[in-house]
Ligand binder design. Structure first.
Ligand code: SF4
Ligand code: FES
Length: 358
């Protein structure tokens, strides 16, 4: 089957971030500031992405507002005719900067929410005063009419606040709410005991999202990413490896997903040396787990193989020690007992281990 071009690209502009969330998805080894791609190289990468068919660009991090050239980068993306979404904690988004970003052609903002009140949000983000600044930024975004998605990262310590999270999304004028439960790879694996949601919380969250989606139709749309540890089958991660999206790390390394660098045997190419298109179609890292031919048993003879593509490679590595294994979340996986034993680690008294930033 011919490989389709990617639809979306996540540009991790920097790993720098003022927050230190205990579920941070940045790699354990972060790119230093002086290794980051400069404005011109990023602009060229955006043009290459648009030429190969990418439609949506997510400017992410770390905290992308930590880049002084964020407005120039946004303009470059807009000039490349990409739909441009800024994924931010809002620290560093002053009214003046928002005006400049809007003038540069920013299409959309995705604001992260660590909790529904200052005590909880500032404790989880490890940044005092962050919640108040975020609420101010949300107001400033709404005033300008920039389309807003609220991205609520949920776990055992805040899932019981889901009703209030939904109310807040409506109050802040968000058009979409992402209820994204923490995925345990990278730094988050240090906090499984403290953050793992209970089965009851997971079930209640599903019901609440289903009910609110109906009640708020036309007002607020929902994306729900439940934890899959209580499910029988895994999710299809990234819509299948190397099938719909790609990530570019701050130093130009091109990755099939944000956690791919946890897979030690894969070698990733860099846009400083190789054109983006060649990396997407030809690199070993993108081709290793692309499609279904590589799938092991029991996936190879399973009727769901074109639905979930064997689940998440990074989760298979984290839980089974083999990125090429069936995702252990699957009840057919020979490693499924590892998920069951992980669920036994939950501990209400566990301390949070905060992200150590570079
Ligand atoms: Fe998916 Fe593989 Fe499990 Fe089938 S056996 S449901 S393809 S992970
Ligand atoms: Fe890497 Fe799922 S996060 S494949």
């Amino acid at each position: 089957m011919p490989v389709p071009p990617p639809i979306a690209m996540l540009a991790e502009l920097t790993h720098r971030c003022p927050l230190s969330c205990p579920y941070c998805s940045n790699p354990l080894e972060m790119a230093a500031k002086d290794a980051e791609l400069d404005t011109e190289i990023w602009a060229d990468v955006f043009r290459q992405a648009a030429e190969m068919g990418v439609l949506q660009l997510h400017l992410s991090g770390g905290e992308p507002a930590s880049r002084r050239d964020l407005v120039d980068l946004t303009r470059a993306a807009h000039e490349a005719r990409l739909y441009t979404n800024l994924i931010t904690s809002a620290i560093g988004l002053t009214p003046r900067r928002l005006d400049a970003l809007e003038a540069a052609g920013l299409d959309h903002i995705q604001l992260s929410l660590q909790g529904t009140n200052a005590d909880l949000a500032d404790r989880i983000g490890g940044y005092r005063g962050g919640f108040d600044r975020k609420m101010q930024a949300a107001e400033d975004i709404a005033k300008r009419g920039i389309p807003l998605t609220l991205n609520a990262v949920m776990h055992r310590q805040n899932l019981d606040d889901l009703d209030r999270t939904i109310e807040m999304a409506v109050e802040l004028g968000a058009r979409r709410l992402e209820v994204a439960c923490v995925q345990f790879h990278g730094w988050a694996t240090k906090n499984i005991a403290a953050l793992l949601p209970t089965r009851e919380q997971t079930e209640a969250a599903k019901e609440k999202v289903a009910e609110a989606s109906k009640r708020l139709r036309g007002v607020l749309a929902f994306d729900f990413v439940p934890p899959d540890y209580y499910a029988d089958y895994p999710k299809s991660c990234m819509g299948g490896w190397g099938s719909a999206g790609l990530n570019v790390a701050p130093d130009g390394t091109v990755l099939p997903c944000h956690a791919a660098q946890t897979i030690p045997h894969l070698e990733f190419e860099n846009v400083r040396e190789t054109p983006l298109e060649s990396i997407w179609y030809n690199s070993a890292a993108f081709n290793t787990y692309r499609g279904i031919d590589w799938l092991p048993e029991p996936c190879q003879s399973c009727e769901r193989k074109e639905i979930d593509f064997g689940g998440c490679r990074c989760q298979a590595l984290a839980l089974a020690g083999d990125a090429g294994a069936t995702d252990p979340v699957c009840i057919k996986s020979p490693d499924h007992h590892r998920v069951v034993s992980m669920l036994g680690q939950a501990d209400d008294d566990a301390d949070l281990t905060y992200r150590v930033n570079a």
